[in-house]
Structure formats: C-alpha cells, structure tokens
Design a protein around this ligand. Structure first.
Ligand code: GSH
Length: 303
C-alpha cells in the first residue's frame, strides 16, 4: 500500500501540476482534501503554519512546495525520473515569472464575480502590498502582453519532440500543463489566448493523457494520526556550500521571499543542502515532524 499522502483541493493549479507528476509516474496516492481558504485546522499542525497548497506527507516527513515535492518523488525512485537541472531552472522561471503573470490576468478577470474574501486573500499572497482592484484592472492589457511574450518564448523553446526536453516527460511538462490548465479553465478568454501556442497545447495534451495515477480518499484526521504514529526518516546535517554558520539544532524562522501575508514557520534546523532546507517541528496532534522546504524562494533567519 502506498504511503504517499497529498493534501490539496481540486481547483488548485499548483496541486494540478503535482497530480500530473503522479500520472507520469503511475503512482498510487492518498488524497486529503483541504479548504481553499484558512482556517485549515487539520493541515496547520502538520506544516507549522505553512498555509500554501499543496503539501505532501510521507509518515512524519512533510514536503511543502511543488518543486520540493517533485524532488522527493524522484528520490523515492518510483516511476520514471522527472527532475533534471534543466527542468528545475525552467520550472522555477515558469512559476516565478510566467505563472505570476497568469495569476494576475485570471484574478483580475475574476474580480467582479469571485467572492470578495477569496480575492482579498489571494491578493495578499500574490500581489504587492497596497494593491487595488483599480490598479490591477488598469494594468491588465500590459500584463496580458507580458504573459503572451513569456508563452512565446516557451513556444519557441519547444522542438518537434513530444515533450519539452525530448520523448520522455519531465517536471517542465507538468509545469506547462498547470499553466495552460489554469489559463484555459479559469478565464473565459483563456482558450483564445492560448490558440497561437500549438506546441505548448500539444505538450499539454500529452501530459493529460497520463492521467493522475490512482488516488484513494483519506481524512485529514487519519493523516494526522499517521504522522503521530511515525517518526521522520529524512536525513540530518548541513550539506550546503553557503550556510553562513547555520548548524543543526539552530532555532530558525522561515518565511516566503517577498512581501506576502504568508505566516512565518519556526523550528529547529534539521538539514540544509544547496536547494532544500528541513526543520524539526512538533505539535500536540502529531508529535515530532520534519518539515521540508526549498531554499529558493524562502528566507531562513537564525532566531
Ligand atoms: N511555491 C508554491 C506555491 C503554492 C501556491 O501558491 N499555491 C496556491 C494554490 S494553487 C495557494 O497556496 N493558495 C493559497 C491557499 O491554498 O491557501 C508551490 O510551488 O507549491
């Protein structure tokens, strides 16, 4: 039986990226549905306050952030390997630049229809502090132009193979899928906007054909109980070349880079390499846990 637990909700594009990865690897996985808006009382004890979606769990090891989840999936050596140095760089650009533009376009279009509390919450996570609906709407034509330019670069990068880096799928293709899935599915004008990008749409179709592996439902309570009865099995140590004197056991605070409303996460440093950091955290509901985050995009400070 699989020990892979995935905390997500169906509408989450970033979770969709990982679900596509499950399909490429033909994985069996446990699906825990979490709320789209805080509070997330059955998730917070597992993540020490990290509130973003998705989160993956293997016993008492908790993996935040989709890039980090892709890495963990490869480390477990189930199914074909999906992460390469090339895919990590492209995935990083796709999320930080291209998906951010897509979010602006989709959320700005949704402003007149979506529940105000949803727009307010997402604005506090994704947009610069002090953002207003009027500014977002005024910037929309320019934002669309930038998104179009970014997709044009990506289209030019796609060759004649089935996937972006050849005939086998990678993390990059899952990233292309979530981007197109979000643009086409959440914005009325999305399908027309994507029409010129034939190669990207062909990659997307090939990703969709994999499906999403085999999920089975699990309750949030059961996921907490599983964490409580397990102990972390991930490594400890400082492997990073640039660690600025950080040592295992240091009390540290980790926050999202940039000015977002995301809560800080605190814990004791367990592991650090050039691209991943891990904290020891604990809660009454779960006992001791190891929480894993990427280094890129997260700011670690000694307390
Ligand atoms: N860098 C993160 C970004 C995750 C992210 O922003 N996810 C969105 C959902 S698609 C989110 O967390 N929204 C707020 C929420 O779900 O509470 C990752 O790759 O996992």
């Amino acid at each position: 039986m699989s020990d892979l637990i995935f905390h997500h909700y169906p509408q989450s594009p970033v979770a969709e990226k990982v679900r596509a990865g499950f399909g490429m690897k033909s994985l069996n996985w446990h699906s825990v549905e979490i709320p789209r808006l805080p509070p997330k009382p059955l998730l917070m004890p597992l993540t020490g306050g990290y509130r973003r979606t998705p989160v993956a769990q293997i016993g008492a090891d908790i993996y935040c952030d989709s890039q980090n989840i892709f890495r963990m999936l490869d480390e477990r050596q189930e199914g074909p390997s999906l992460v390469t140095p090339q895919s990590m760089i492209l995935a990083s650009w796709l999320e930080s630049t291209v998906f951010s533009l897509a979010l602006r376009v989709v959320l700005t279009h949704a402003m007149d229809g979506a529940p105000p509390e949803f727009i307010k919450d997402r604005g506090s996570l994704y947009f610069d502090q002090g953002w207003t609906e009027a500014d977002m709407k005024a910037a929309l034509p320019a934002t669309k132009q930038q998104l179009h330019a970014a997709l044009s670069l990506l289209e030019a990068q796609a060759g004649s193979s089935t996937f972006m880096h050849g005939d086998a799928p990678s993390q990059t293709d899952a990233n292309i899928h979530y981007l197109l899935w979000f643009i086409a599915g959440r914005w009325e004008g999305g399908p027309d906007f994507l029409a010129p990008f034939a190669k990207l749409r062909a990659i997307d179709d090939a990703v969709v054909a994999f499906g999403q592996g085999t999920p089975s439902e699990l309750s949030g309570e059961d996921a907490l109980a599983i964490a409580n009865s397990a102990t972390p099995t991930s490594p400890t140590g400082i492997m990073a070349h640039n660690h600025d004197g950080l040592a295992v056991g240091d009390h540290v605070m980790v926050r999202q880079a940039g000015q977002t409303a995301d809560p800080d996460v605190t814990g004791q440093l367990r592991y650090l390499d050039d691209t991943r950091l891990s904290l020891d955290i604990s809660s009454d509901e779960t006992g001791e846990l190891a929480l894993h985050l990427p280094v890129l995009g997260y700011v670690i400070t000694k307390m």
